[in-house]
Design a protein around this ligand. Structure first.
Ligand code: HMG
Ligand code: MG
Length: 294
């Protein structure tokens, strides 16, 4: 059966954007529930500057407190060497670096332009590889930027290739503010896949305008088989004005099951996890499935 690898990002991309502080034990329980629901890759937290993202200040506590399930990967986001060192000390087994195809967005999010971000990332990748840590690289704003507007495909391809050549196993293409539509998403993916093998590409759609599932469908037709998603549709980027959550993992799994694609996920357990997390945040799940009457 055709298989899709899901990368669950709710505990990081989701919880980094919550106004209310979520206690570390709740984050840990979320990650453990997601692993028990069968998610193979769960981004656990980020080792960014707590001055920039206080929601992730407990990264060490979260990673250290986690009962890891054999066979599950728990990548963490790192912005610089300081983040890599903290992640390594906390026992991270996979790391992710990130930049954007937009200078304007990078300045807001990581306080430097594209060129400087790639320079900052290079030694992070070198040291992670030397420590035997597998790496993923994120490219944000692949279909538009909240600050500069249009983003050129040339920049998306150039940044993706740079991360791949530096040593990222997988490149995750992020529609950070959910502005894409299927034909634009397809064209963007085709352009990147001419330069980076499709097996090394993942897609990461925020659902701000309700286009995420349609965009993913178009990308699946193009051959992508690694998709990021966020339980209960949690998410957003604190430095991307107007960005809301990622595609909800529950809704994505439902669609994939309907298409006969295997994910290894127990959908009932996942929906329950989304409801549980949403109740901890004091709201309804943003997923459609979480709202279906039992
Ligand atoms: P900066 O202020 O230019 O850097 O920030 P700095 O080196 O001058 O550091 C400032 C202070 O932070 C210093 O402390 C550092 O020690 C400390 P002080 O001397 O003032 O006491 N610091 C750190 N502390 C702990 N861990 C660290 C670290 N680094 C510095 N790793 C920096 C530059 C990159 C650090 C900052 O801008 C930053 O952390 N940005 C992260 C923003 C972020 O996390 N955004 C969300 C994630 S990206 C995203 O969501 C998109 C994605 O989902 C894909 C998509 O949707 O497109 C991935
Ligand atoms: Mg994101």
């Amino acid at each position: 059966m055709d298989r899709v690898r899901l990368v669950e990002v709710g505990a990081r991309d989701g919880l980094q954007n919550e106004a209310a502080r979520v206690p570390a034990p709740v984050k840990i329980e979320l990650i453990e529930r997601l692993a028990n629901a069968g998610l193979p890759v769960i981004e656990a937290t980020s080792f960014v500057s707590p001055k920039w993202v206080p929601q992730m200040a407990d990264a060490t506590e979260v990673l250290a407190g986690l009962k890891r399930k054999p066979g599950v990967a728990y990548p963490v986001l790192v912005p610089n060497l300081q983040g890599l060192e903290r992640a390594h000390r906390a026992g991270a087994d996979h790391v992710a670096v990130f930049t954007a195809a937009s200078d304007a967005f990078n300045r807001k999010n990581i306080n430097c332009d594209i060129a400087a971000s790639l320079q900052r990332i290079r030694p992070v990748i070198e040291q992670a590889l030397a420590a035997g840590l597998p790496l993923r690289g994120y490219v944000s704003c692949v279909l538009g930027c909240p600050y500069q507007g249009e983003v050129s495909l040339t920049d998306v391809v150039r940044v993706s290739v740079a991360l791949a050549e530096m040593g990222c196993e997988e490149i995750s293409l992020g529609d950070t503010i959910g502005v894409g539509t299927p034909s634009k998403a397809r064209a963007m993916l085709r352009a990147v896949a001419e330069a980076v093998p499709m097996q090394r590409i993942a897609v990461h759609f925020h659902d701000t305008r309700g286009q995420a599932l349609a965009n993913i469908y178009a990308c699946l037709e193009e051959g992508v088989r690694s998709v990021d998603a966020s339980v209960a549709g949690l998410g957003g980027c604190p430095y991307a004005r107007g960005a809301t959550g990622n595609v909800a993992t529950e809704d994505l799994v439902y669609m994939l099951q309907g298409m006969g694609m295997e994910t290894g996920v127990d959908l009932d357990a996942l929906v329950e996890t989304g409801r549980w997390m949403s109740s901890k945040l004091g709201r309804e799940p943003a997923s459609k499935l979480g709202k279906v009457k039992r």
